[in-house]
Design a protein around this ligand. Structure first.
Ligand code: HEM
Length: 473
């Protein structure tokens, strides 16, 4: 059996008294396929601020989840993603101008791409949710700028509880007053963020109601427009009530911003670390289009196979959700393909994505950034079989009914943002900068200087790289 086993020799690991991880693509499918006899583990119950109001991500019951998910799918459908693209252009183009700054034909000041990607993606997701831009990417005072940081603090806290031995005690105490205590003790920044979501949703509901009463159409249909009007496609019943609308909007912001921003930061790290890759993606994008305004989704961008491979390779090296996402086996048990194991009900199972994505049998030289591994052509050393083997083991968005519904939106954002920037600007790593890279004086596993270092907290904690920009020569 393959797996992280090539590195640590342990494809099956018992991670706690009731949890086991399996690290092969076959096992992954057994666990996360829509038909798998599992549900999200009880630990997901720690996420909701109040046990009674889980969202699509944190709800455990399969039937309740199915209804929420059907409604949410309407808000981030393929057509909703297509109508979002022009807003992504606006933000990406403004971002490029800000990155370059006012040193016209010289290299800009070094930019910390983790911070800059956070503010860009946060502005985009808020614009797509609320139809308003909060412009946290523009320097200067902005009381909303700390929100991405505040959200991250909450995620770190929740993650540490979920993967700790205290998770069950926490869950037991939640309905017994812990929820209320936590709400009262919540840091003021998080309270402000939640008030901001509440007020924004309220305002959008009023606007949409006014349109319905006057028989008018909003000039712009954002995600909340779709969420407010969504009907359950199976039953025809109305979609979400107000509390659900608020919780789902909060989820779209949290799930939609940190993941995508993390991939962008890592992509810039690998581009400046690998000048031959940077040169190749730049050449590809600049040959595909004549003017920057033409850089958009479509056949030409789809044909930028090397850039798309670089993004896939980034998500292989640094999957935003790196740990095992726990699933509880239901009555009847679960057979894990490729093993002789039938897991009894009540046990948590999962596949640690980071380990799977670094399996040397599937991804030779797993710690090397090599977009070529995704492209089979006659000039390439990769065979069709090795590309197919790799594709069958890349799961940054998970799979199945609990896989990521924002996959198309995220892919569009990452491709559009990177291609527009690469088309118009040259970039390089700040000379001498090592921010984000592994270093010899760090612990085992963190010494690879050509790998972007992140720390898992449900989303990746990250810093750097420092990158400089200038208009293309
Ligand atoms: C590169 C970007 C992204 C990656 C790698 C990613 C990855 C994932 C993964 C692995 C899960 C499963 C988590 C678990 O079960 O614990 C997930 C769930 C989810 N994601 Fe994403 N995501 C990304 C972007 C987005 C975006 C842009 C949105 C929406 C705006 C989004 C919305 C969601 C939602 C709502 C769920 C919960 C689904 C459910 O439980 O039914 N994600 N995502």
């Amino acid at each position: 059996m393959s797996g992280f086993g090539n590195v640590m020799n342990c494809p099956i690991v018992r991670t706690s008294h009731d949890s086991v991880t399996f690290c092969t693509p076959e096992a992954f499918r057994s666990i996360y396929d829509t038909k798998a006899n599992v549900q999200k583990a009880r630990q997901y119950g720690i996420w909701p601020k109040e046990l009674a109001s889980p969202n699509t991500f944190s709800v455990i019951d399969k039937e309740k989840h199915a209804r929420k998910r059907r409604v949410m799918t309407a808000a981030i459908s393929e057509s909703a993603v297509r109508t979002s693209e022009p807003f992504v252009f606006q933000h990406a183009d403004r971002w490029g101008e800000l990155l370059v700054g006012d040193r016209k034909n010289e290299w800009s000041e070094p930019r910390n791409m983790s911070e800059w990607s956070d503010s860009l993606v946060f502005d985009i997701i808020c614009d797509l949710c609320f139809g308003r831009s909060f412009d946290t990417k523009t320097p200067g005072p902005n009381k909303l700028r700390s929100i991405p940081h505040d959200i991250l603090q909450f995620l770190i806290f929740a993650y540490n509880v979920i993967y700790s031995p205290f998770a069950d005690i926490w869950l037991w105490m939640k309905p017994k007053g812990l929820d209320k205590l936590m709400l009262s003790q919540m840091p003021s920044s998080i309270k402000q963020y939640l008030e901001f979501v509440d007020a924004s949703v309220r305002q959008r509901v009023e606007e949409e109601n006014a349109h319905d009463e006057n028989g008018t159409e909003p000039t712009r249909k954002d995600m909340l427009h779709y969420l407010i009007h969504a009907r359950d496609p199976e039953t025809g019943a109305s979609g979400y009530d107000f509390v659900e609308l608020r919780e789902e909007t909060d989820l779209l912001i949290v799930a939609g911003f940190d993941t995508t921003a993390a991939v962008l930061a890592a992509l810039f790290f690998y581009l400046v670390q690998n000048p031959h890759v940077l040169e190749k993606v730049q050449h590809e994008v600049r040959s595909a289009f004549k003017h920057s305004e033409e850089v958009r989704s479509g056949a030409q961008l789809a044909a930028c196979t090397y850039l798309r491979a670089a993004i896939d390779e980034t998500m292989r090296m640094n999957p935003p959700s790196a740990s095992d996402m726990l699933r509880e086996v239901l009555p009847g048990g679960l057979r894990i393909a490729g093993t002789n194991e039938i897991i009894p009900p009540g046990i948590n199972v999962g596949t640690p994505l980071y380990a799977l994505h670094h399996d040397a049998e599937i991804f030779p030289e797993p710690f090397r950034f090599r977009p070529e591994r995704w492209i089979a052509d006659k000039n390439n050393v990769e065979s069709i079989e090795s590309v197919q083997r790799a594709e069958a083991a890349l799961f940054p968005f998970l799979m199945g009914i609990r896989g990521c519904p924002g996959k198309s939106l995220a892919k569009m954002e990452m491709l559009v943002i990177s291609s527009r920037l690469l088309f118009s600007y040259d970039l390089r790593g700040e000379p001498g900068d090592v921010m984000g890279a592994g270093r010899r004086n760090l612990i085992w596993g963190r010494r690879n200087k050509s790998q972007f270092q992140t720390k898992d907290a449900m989303v990746p904690l990250r810093d750097g790289p420092m990158v400089q920009f200038r208009p293309r020569a």
